[in-house]
Write a protein that binds this ligand. Structure first.
Ligand SMILES: Cc1cc2nc3c(=O)[nH]c(=O)nc-3n(C[C@H](O)[C@H](O)[C@H](O)COP(=O)(O)OP(=O)(O)OC[C@H]3O[C@@H](n4cnc5c(N)ncnc54)[C@H](O)[C@@H]3O)c2cc1C
Length: 384
């Protein structure tokens, strides 16, 4: 597998890195502590074309491969993880429409997703549980030419700013084969049947809004059924979660990298016992371990993304990348606080934010307990 980046890939990643250094890092701390939606930065991401990263060029997007796409998520998260949240489930919706949508759905939705006229969200998790996807309860029944959706979703990101939700609902019998995906647009005529809840108060991941999303006999046309055929929802969304898990692994690498870069700079400046703390071996070794872990995690997500680019199933690789990168990130951000000493525990430095953002990676897009099960199943499948 050739994992070297081309000049075009490097240029785009570099452009995002510059945007992060010039515009995101200086603004992130204030936005985070105000829990403020980053309206201006989101406009800049739109100008950079980032909402169309996963949309094919013929539909008005950048048509990026998943290796580059994941690198972009690493760079954004190095600046502020919440920015990656604005694009994360939007990217999954783009993937679902591009991969499973009918020609009509692709033509109608992809250009609007690329321009950010439509902002995507994934409505999968329910109040009774996110891990047991096959048993979710939101229902969709046919009524004439329409589907009518009823039920509640929980922890949905981008509910407030988003306006196109890939919603998984039960159209048939029990289990995974009874699920279908609907592309539900938040329009004025659905204002009374599709509502978002108040934003949840979260440990981290501030600014971007996450809330409940309720479908109260919400009527959508038959053309909203992804791919036009019921019963395919589980398979579609699991394929989409491969992209989501690569993306989460890349975000974890970005946050860990921010912790490393800040800690390296602090360790050069902070003097104890007459020398910079980086000259104390115990501190230097922490930095060495953080850097080594980050490098390993990056290669795992790149390998998974390259497999996705080759059109191959990569649930095992994407799960390994997310499992390793997320646990690595919780370790690295805690070490970052340790290197900053008492100051690391205050909001004078960004490292406390990295530490608060890290646990989302071990829970979201499939908890690490569930991912270990996915990996073990994959190992058995391959051994046979
Ligand atoms: C900030 C945030 C944003 C989110 N955004 C979205 C979004 O945009 N769209 C969306 O659909 N969801 C979203 N989620 C939901 C997220 O994907 C779920 O929280 C996650 O899948 C876990 O589901 P749960 O919270 O219901 O936990 P549960 O499924 O109730 O699990 C609770 C605990 O039990 C463990 N567990 C459960 N079953 C098993 C098992 N069989 N074996 C071993 N351990 C098990 C889990 O690993 C976990 O530790 C978001 C969550 C958060 C916190």
């Amino acid at each position: 597998m050739d994992l070297t980046l081309t000049a075009v890939q490097r240029d785009l990643i570099e452009a995002v890195r510059k945007f992060v250094d010039r515009e995101v890092r200086p603004a992130a701390r204030a936005l985070e502590h105000a829990d403020a939606y980053p309206t201006q930065l989101v406009s800049r991401m739109r100008e950079l074309g980032l909402f169309g990263m996963g949309v094919p060029v013929e539909h008005g997007g950048l048509g990026l491969d998943y290796v580059t796409y994941a690198h972009v998520f690493e760079e954004l998260s190095r600046g502020w993880m919440s920015l990656a949240g604005v694009l994360g489930t939007h990217g999954i919706v783009c993937y679902l429409v591009r991969t499973f949508g009918t020609a009509g759905q692709q033509a109608a939705l992809l250009p609007r997703l690329a321009s950010a006229e439509l902002r995507g969200g994934l409505a999968l998790t329910e109040p009774e549980g996110g891990s047991d996807v096959a048993n979710l309860r939101t229902s969709a029944r046919l009524d004439g030419a329409d589907w009518v959706l009823s039920g509640s979703k929980q922890f949905i990101t981008n509910t407030h700013e988003g306006n196109l939700f890939a919603t998984v609902a039960r159209t048939g019998g029990a289990g995974a084969s009874g699920l279908s995906t609907f592309l539900v647009e938040k329009t004025a005529d659905r204002a009374t049947t599709l509502h978002e809840g108040a934003p949840l108060k979260k440990l981290g991941y501030k600014g971007v809004k996450t809330s409940a999303l309720t479908f109260d006999a919400c009527r959508v046309p038959a053309a909203s059924l992804l791919g036009g055929e019921p019963g395919k929802g589980f398979q579609q969304v699991m394929s989409g979660l491969e992209v989501g898990r690569i993306n989460v692994a890349a975000r974890a690498v970005g946050v860990a990298r921010a912790a490393l870069e800040d800690s390296l700079a602090y360790a050069e400046e902070r003097v104890t016992f007459g020398k910079p703390i980086i000259e104390h071996q115990a501190v230097a070794h922490k930095l060495a371990d953080m850097a080594t872990d980050i490098e390993a995690a990056r290669w795992l997500y790149v390998a998974a993304a390259a497999k996705k680019d080759a059109g191959e199933r990569c649930d095992l690789e994407a799960s390994m990348a997310k499992l390793f990168a997320s646990t690595m990130c919780t370790r690295a951000t805690l070490e970052g606080i340790q290197i900053h000493g008492g100051y690391g525990y205050t909001d004078e430095y960004d490292v406390e934010r990295y530490y608060r953002d890290a646990p989302l990676f071990t829970v979201g897009e499939g908890s690490n307990e569930i991912l270990r099960t996915v990996i073990a199943k994959g190992l058995r499948r391959r051994a046979k």
